[in-house]
Design a protein around this ligand. Structure first.
Ligand SMILES: Nc1ncnc2c1ncn2[C@@H]1O[C@H](COP(=O)(O)OP(=O)(O)OP(=O)(O)O)[C@@H](O)[C@H]1O
Length: 371
């Protein structure tokens, strides 16, 4: 097998094409992914479905015997052509559950260590930019042992960025943190997404993280990609395995369209309607992503005036499918172009004769703002 250095084998076209076939005793990874060359792609699925193995194949840490991997025009692996770029020559940053910083080096020296490997002319993320993006300038002289879990992760991410990667791999970077620390670190991840032009492959089994960060989703099940597509379309699909069922729901991109100071409410508009949420600090015109879980949506045959639920939308029933329990069904709805899911009892579905094509009113009990 031919080893080639990074940068060789330039291919036309953007995007990430990743095809891997790998057998372990009792487990086969067999994926053929076509991913966008920018933004965050979440590799999502239950424990043991192959997320980490897939990431390790991308990194070249695991050498899949049948593989092809091209990242934004660079060929990193092609079994048929005899190409295998070794891990240390792949321009990638890897962030694990726990940042493995050198304990005897200060934060500054840890960061310099990664950066020095990259010739000055090839550096694409400046020192000051990495410090600013991760909010770690004040930690430079500290030793890793004295950092909190969240601070260590931010240093680990900055170190990965300073190697000027063409691809960032993140394997459950928040999994070792408690809820409060997760909440603190998510805005930094959002900034990486918004302000850097480096694609991120993000492994997670948390629907909340995926809903908040991802643009594109790959759902893995027993080593296979059972779905891949844009976040919103993919979450609104009903044919996916139960990995998603109890957390089924949609993500909606909206714009802050009005504030009602008397009632302390904010109106968010999206194609097909609007919702009211508790007053938000964002200015008019700001984009906000929110999540509506299927279990928080109920259906009525007519617009109910006698309800305390504020958010009512006219919808058309598209599809009815089995849910995670025999007592429930999932209903996919169209609100003038925006998909919604409702999880209702099979009994109500029969009683109200909920069928594809039927016009109804969706009542949204809870809107979870992301970010
Ligand atoms: N080096 C290895 N040798 C043999 N089997 C392995 C090896 N690495 C992983 N596996 C098996 O491959 C399967 C997929 O593991 P992997 O770690 O990729 O899953 P995962 O989706 O990342 O899981 P989790 O969410 O629990 O981290 C598992 O059954 C695991 O036991």
């Amino acid at each position: 097998m031919k080893h080639v250095s990074s940068g060789s084998g330039r291919l036309p076209g953007d995007g990430i094409q990743a095809r891997f076939h790998l057998d372990y005793p009792g487990f086969t990874l067999d994926v053929d992914l076509n991913l966008p060359g920018r933004g965050v792609t979440a590799l999502f699925g239950s424990s043991g479905c192959g997320k980490t193995t897939c990431l390790r194949c991308v990194a070249g840490l695991e050498r899949a015997p049948a593989a092809r991997l091209a990242v934004n025009g660079q060929l990193w692996q092609d079994t048929e052509a005899g190409v295998f770029v070794p891990t240390h020559r792949r321009a990638l940053g890897y962030v694990f559950q726990e940042a493995s910083l050198f304990p005897h080096l200060s934060v500054r020296r840890n960061l310099e260590y990664g950066m020095q490997r990259v010739p000055a002319a090839e550096r694409r993320v400046a020192w000051a930019q990495a410090l600013e993006l991760l909010g770690i300038a004040h930690l430079l002289e500290r030793m890793p042992g004295g950092l909190s879990g969240g601070e260590r992760q931010r240093v680990g991410m900055a170190r990965a960025l300073l190697t000027s990667p063409r691809l960032l791999l993140m394997d459950e970077p928040l999994a070792a943190l408690d809820l409060k620390r997760k909440g603190e670190i998510l805005p930094y991840l959002e900034r990486l997404h918004d302000e850097l032009d480096i694609p991120i492959l993000y492994v997670s089994h948390s629907p909340d993280e995926v809903a908040r960060l991802a643009d594109y989703v790959v759902l893995l099940d027993e080593g296979r990609a059972v779905a891949q597509g844009g976040l919103q379309e993919t979450l609104a699909r009903l044919d996916l395995p139960t990995a998603l069922a109890e957390d089924a729901g949609v993500v909606i991109e909206s714009v802050v369209a009005g504030h009602d100071d008397a009632y302390h409410l904010t109106r968010l508009d999206f194609p097909g309607g609007s919702v009211l949420v508790a007053r938000r600090p964002e200015a008019l015109g700001r984009r906000l992503r929110f999540r509506v879980q299927a279990r928080d949506v109920s259906l009525a045959t007519q617009r109910l005036e006698c309800t305390t639920i504020t958010n009512l939308l006219p919808v058309r029933v598209i599809e009815v499918a089995d849910a995670d329990t025999p007592a429930h069904v999932l209903v996919r709805l169209d609100a003038a172009g925006t998909s919604l899911l409702a999880r209702i009892t099979r009994r109500s579905c029969d009683k109200l004769e909920i069928r594809p094509g039927r016009q109804m009113w969706a009542q949204i009990k809870t809107v979870a703002l992301l970010g």
